[in-house]
Design a protein around this ligand. Structure first.
Ligand code: C2O
Ligand code: CU
Ligand code: CU
Length: 490
């Protein structure tokens, strides 16, 4: 079930990558795609929507034979989809039923640092954590995952991840497909490596600094998935939820599709393409058209922009992998459309920047020559101001760059206009070696001189070994404080 036949295995068996294919990995699409359930919420007396999330260990029947030990949220593997609307107040009760500390971080969310779920909000075993905030950003496909320092990759790999969909008045009024699980489908794409006894193998190959690269692709935790299409247009919310693998999504038959949203939300107008490359943590929404009765396979193709580092191509950039099969019914409902106008274009003016900073990622574990230190705040930004950050990949391996709390605008890549796929709001961007990415962002609303937000490479092996830094957002007249000693909540 779902095993990928490796075309060229052995011929390019370098030490730093262990899943190589030079022909399409053949997958038997024999399992219906699991759709993560929508998390239920109760309204508390203040009107906040309260979600109960319980993190726990379990087992999941993934392959024939022994069940796989997995972790999940309100279930044994992965987590429910959280859905909330702009303006709503959300409250969570996060219970840690594991026997080690973990956290839940709301990736892409604009919220106070104390609610962010990063390394400073670790929840001890048996403890719970109750963040609460008002959704204060445009409609977007976000996600959530643990962020305990040094163990994020391991916790995500075991199965802790879910989607967080934000809606707003404008998005609800658009004619885009929006029936969850029917024509608006989350696709959490992750790779896994298995031991012979069906247990996840999270060991990197000898000397690999890229983290583990799996040879089985799962979508929403399903190996070998197919999806029954019942509408002409289908909106796919694609999340690269892998710890280290790069995907270059495109259909086997080369059909075009419309990119309608990037990390931070809807684009001003759709962009037609046949490929969309996502590094770990990035999301897009695409709309695909189907003909009655046909089947179509979504693949990951060899990367358009390579990662020819000093030791060769990395992070699966050369692989051709089948991801999921779509099976269209004989008749398809046709009552949705891609509107001419959707979201707001990024509109920051780099000339307004009060501060420019530069970040150079290198050595798998360092930004500007330093590794993450939870007790060190690297810098403070002023609330209400625009900054421009120039970010580059200095060692030639694969890296990307993620900033908490904000969505940023890619102003330029090596001085040029960014490519189409980077023109929407983003919170994570791939760093092609040696290019300079200028990112504009505005820090607003929430300040705390002591509690930092993170910025880091989202190749989780790199984040975990220290390719991460911390910044605080300062109110007027505030100075950088001291990070409080981790206070475990319970
Ligand atoms: Cu998705 Cu700091 O992480
Ligand atoms: Cu994040
Ligand atoms: Cu990296």
């Amino acid at each position: 079930v779902g095993a990928i036949a490796l075309g060229g295995v052995g011929t390019v068996g370098y030490l730093w990558a262990d899943a190589k294919t030079d022909t399409a990995g053949k997958v038997d699409f024999d399992t219906p795609l699991a759709i993560p359930p929508l998390a239920e919420a109760e309204e508390d007396p203040s009107g906040a929507r309260v979600f109960n999330l319980e993190i726990k260990a379990g087992t999941t029947p993934l392959k024939a034979g022994r069940e796989t030990a997995t972790w999940g949220i309100n279930g044994n593997f992965l987590g429910p989809t959280i859905r909330a609307k702009r303006g709503q107040e959300v409250a969570f009760s996060v219970y840690n039923g594991l026997d080690e500390g973990t956290s839940l971080h709301w990736h892409g969310m604009h919220l106070p640092a104390v609610m962010d779920g990063g390394p400073h909000q670790e929840v001890e075993p048996g403890g719970d954590w109750t963040p609460q905030w008002t959704i204060n950003q445009p409609a977007a496909t976000l996600w959530y995952h643990p962020h305990p320092h040094g163990r994020t990759g391991n916790h995500v790999y075991r199965g802790l991840a879910g989607m967080f969909i934000v809606d707003d008045e404008e998005s609800e009024a658009l004619p885009l497909p929006k029936t969850y699980g029917v024509d608006d489908v989350p696709l959490i794409v992750q790779d896994r490596k298995f031991h012979d006894d069906n247990q996840f193998d999270d060991k990197s190959p000898f000397m690999s600094m890229q983290g583990v690269l799996g040879d089985h692709i799962m979508v929403n935790g399903t190996l070998g998935p197919y999806f029954d299409v019942t509408t002409r247009l289908v909106r796919l919310r694609l999340l690269n939820g892998s710890v280290s693998r790069l995907y270059n999504f495109g259909f086997a038959d080369g059909r075009p599709f419309s990119l309608v949203a990037t990390d931070g939300g809807l684009l001003p107008s759709a962009w037609e393409t046949d490929r969309i490359q996502l590094s770990p943590g990035e999301r897009v929404e695409i709309v695909v058209a189907f003909e009655p009765g046909e089947t179509a396979v979504l693949r990951s193709h060899p990367a358009d922009e390579g990662y020819e580092g000093p030791l060769g191509r990395v992070n699966g950039a050369e692989d051709l992998l089948d991801i999921i099969e779509f099976r269209a019914a004989g008749t398809l409902a046709d009552d949705t459309a891609i509107p001419e106008a959707m979201g707001a274009a990024p509109d920051l003016d780099p000339a307004d920047a009060v501060e420019e900073r530069s970040f150079s990622l290198s050595g798998f574990s360092q930004i500007n020559g330093e590794s993450m230190d939870a007790g060190r705040i690297d810098f403070g930004v002023r609330e209400g101001t625009v900054e421009v950050w120039e970010v580059s990949n200095a060692d030639g391996y694969m890296h990307n760059f993620h900033v908490h709390d904000v969505q940023f605008q890619v102003v330029s890549v090596d001085g040029d206009e960014p490519p189409e796929r980077l023109r929407g709001w983003k919170d994570t961007v791939q760093l092609v070696p040696k290019r300079k990415y200028r990112l504009a962002m505005r820090f607003a609303d929430y300040t705390d001189p002591n509690l930092p937000y993170m910025y880091h490479c989202h190749i989780l092996a790199h984040e975990d070994t220290g390719m991460m830094g911390q910044f605080v957002v300062l109110g007027e007249g505030e100075e950088i404080g001291a990070v409080p000693a981790p206070a475990h909540s319970h």
